[in-house]
Design a protein around this ligand. Sequence first.
Ligand code: FAD
Length: 403
Amino acid sequence: MRSVDVVIVGASLSGAAAAKRLVDAGLETIVIERKQLPRHKICSGILSPRGHRFLLENFGPLPPEVLHEPTSCRGVTFHFPCMVPMPMDFFGGTTPHLHRKYSDHWAIQQSGAEIHDQTSFVGLQDNGDHVIVAARSRGEPVEYRARRVIGADGPSSLVTRALYPDYPQSIPWFFVGQKFHRIIECPLDPQYFHFWFHPSLGHYTWSHARDGRQIVGVGFKRGDNFARKHRTVVDYLADKHGVRLEPEDDDDEGCGENFGPSLINRYVFGKGNVLITGQAAGFLNMIGEGMSCALHAGAISGEAVVEAGLRNRPVQDMYRRMIASEVRRTSDQWNPLKVAFDRPHEADFPAALMALGWRDGAKVMRDIWRFLALYKEFKWGRQILRAALQRPLIGGYSMKRWL
Ligand SMILES: Cc1cc2nc3c(=O)[nH]c(=O)nc-3n(C[C@H](O)[C@H](O)[C@H](O)COP(=O)(O)OP(=O)(O)OC[C@H]3O[C@@H](n4cnc5c(N)ncnc54)[C@H](O)[C@@H]3O)c2cc1C
């Protein structure tokens, strides 16, 4: 059995960031990844300025092969039923449009950790002074012995389930799906990620250009018909925005998202010698931007392991204290007062709203309010709305709610 300081589960951005901190501190680190690398990852790849800075500062300049076409993004354009578009540029200029298959592989290689791909985490046993990790590598059972384990295995994390079997039932889940279309004519600016606050389209509707095609994506609930929802959006884009697309190609994709822990401040950080980070821990920013918080949370999990070792302190205690700033930053993205009067999103929503003038601004605010009312129909909707309203009043960052 291989014995190392740390095993990280998941060779994505949070795993790469954690690995970088551990390797830099001289800890022997293995990353296990269930897929063959480089692996596909469903993602729009729109990186926030903070995520961009993290990559540059930690892994160096991005090679051109880790980018999609168009290679950069200026910001986000919000659309509403009132048809007033609201473009918002990212602070500090454009950011790279990441091709996750290659960017994640590049980052994990840059971390310097040893990588075991096609190796799936199956379970673990924490024995107090070490953890035994059970995995399957190319169909064969394999075990690792590690001082610490970091679960960086994304929204459906098996590491989280191993520690908290009931957790998946205790949070809201949403599903997202996207289809790819050859473009006949598309007046939507390809330099922006487009998002619709439109109750009759659904709770999460987006579109953007990628490698000569247009992505049309929708969010839906369990039991909804993805194809029908998607068709509604395609027809809407044609009717209202003059977007003419060929029928979708056959490489559509979708997944379930734990799109809620950051909404209801219900994060999971691990137990004993096992830490959970990235989206597995619940980090996901508004409109589904998850790379920047995955990178930062991942780095903090690695730092917590290093610091706990240096100071001989309990690693969970260390991690919870160190991660508090990232929790606040992520939860602030869902704080209506922060959104209205501050700049938690790295793009200037208040300035964009002011630029519309009072008449169009009022229409936009009315449409946002109607859109939020959509959440009432979700099983978790009322809890999400309550958390959003309570957050600015009583603060929503209590560590007591974290597991
Ligand atoms: C449709 C869509 C569009 C998105 N667009 C954006 C965007 O434009 N910008 C943005 O910032 N974010 C976006 N996100 C969110 C972003 O992709 C995630 O928040 C981010 O990738 C989370 O990173 P992570 O490292 O925590 O986990 P993940 O990226 O989910 O990686 C987890 C890794 O763990 C591996 N793994 C899982 N289970 C096991 C196991 N049992 N054993 C071993 N390995 C395992 C997986 O294969 C994967 O490599 C989007 C998400 C979706 C679904």
